[in-house]
Design a binder for this molecule. Structure first.
Ligand code: FNR
Length: 319
């Protein structure tokens, strides 16, 4: 993986499935992270080649649910993000997917109680020994790149100290979300504390937080000195943020997202959630569009709402 000057789609639960990643890449994202998947979950899956779609699917035994879907086109820019609290389990999970992705990333920033209570996500920020154990185990046993994504600790000094330990474990890059665990998404990201990490490390640092327009990629890069920039909400609200020529209309991007969900047979839960997040940003779920999307139960329902029933029928008939 090359990180110099790269624009990166951040990991986003429910959002970062195959259609959204392909959409972001089409608009210019150089590296795309998948949504965080917990090691336990991927370990319940078997790898299946899906000839109908041209994808590789990781399908949960018993339920038949597709937990992770990818395709060859994204192989060299795809980062599989995992939630884990155990080196042996993380390695077993990573080995399942590693030949289909470019890098394995460990989430060390998730503040949700589900993650923290399982010893994952932000819980790892206060366990440097375990962090070292997980990362060195992955590094020694995988051919793919290994990275991790952290949040800021209580002081810049603590963040730098942890970052140095992470660097020593041999990771290829470190993504830093410029907020502390207790910060809310609306609190401004502390770019100056990301800069402190950049100054202390020699591996590529990926700066993350508050990129909402194409110009912000350069702004955060200059402010932090980071090698690459990662964007989450700015891309969720309009994935064409990655276009150097400027954003496309939200309506067009939303429709293109839905068409990709139809084409790649995306799960309805993830498709609905992503559309709802977009609607909540630009409009309101209580208005007509929000209400019908909330009520929809299938991808066919969503196709009808957005006048894509013809495309839906064409795709499903020819599959
Ligand atoms: C996230 N974030 C996140 N982070 C992570 O490491 N793994 C994940 O699965 C998720 N999931 C997720 C879902 C959604 C809907 C949002 C909005 C965010 C955090 C995200 O990657 C990023 O670090 C923060 O949102 C800060 O970046 P922005 O939004 O300021 O660009």
């Amino acid at each position: 993986m090359e990180y110099e000057n790269k624009h990166i789609l951040a990991p986003m639960v429910r959002v970062g499935t195959l259609p959204f990643r392909l959409l972001a890449a089409e608009y210019g994202a150089n590296i795309t992270y998948g949504e965080e998947i917990i090691d336990h979950k991927i370990l319940k899956c078997e790898r299946r080649v899906n000839d109908y779609l041209g994808t590789t699917d990781f399908v949960e035994r018993g339920t038949g649910d597709v937990v992770f879907r990818t395709c060859h086109e994204e192989r060299n820019r795809l980062v599989f993000q995992m939630g884990s609290s155990d080196a042996v389990r993380a390695l077993a999970a990573a080995e399942l997917v590693s030949k289909d992705v470019a890098a394995i990333d460990i989430n060390m920033g998730c503040p949700r109680s589900f993650s923290i209570s399982g010893g994952m996500g932000a819980a790892l920020l206060s366990k440097p020994e375990l962090v070292h154990d997980i990362l060195t185990t992955l590094r020694r046993n995988l051919n793919s790149a290994v990275t991790c994504k952290i949040r800021l600790l209580n002081s810049s000094q603590d963040t730098v100290e942890l970052s140095r330990r992470i660097e020593m474990s041999g990771v290829s890059a470190l993504a830093v979300h410029g907020r502390r665990v207790k910060d809310r998404p609306r609190d401004p990201a502390k770019w100056s504390e990301i800069a402190d990490v950049v100054s202390a490390l020699s591996i590529p640092v990926i700066a993350n937080g508050d990129v909402f327009d194409y110009e912000h990629f350069e702004r955060i890069k200059i402010a932090t000195g980071a090698t690459a920039v990662m964007v989450a909400r700015g891309a969720l609200w309009n994935a064409s943020i990655f276009r150097a020529e400027g954003k496309l209309s939200w309506e067009d991007v939303k429709r293109e997202y839905l068409r990709k969900c139809i084409l790649w047979d995306n799960g309805v839960k993830s498709t609905k959630q992503t559309l709802k997040e977009m609607i909540m940003h630009y409009s309101c779920l209580e208005l007509a569009e929000g209400k019908v999307v909330t009520k929809s139960q299938t991808i066919a329902d969503l196709a009808n709402i957005y006048g894509e029933e013809g495309y839906y029928q064409f795709v499903t008939k020819n599959r």
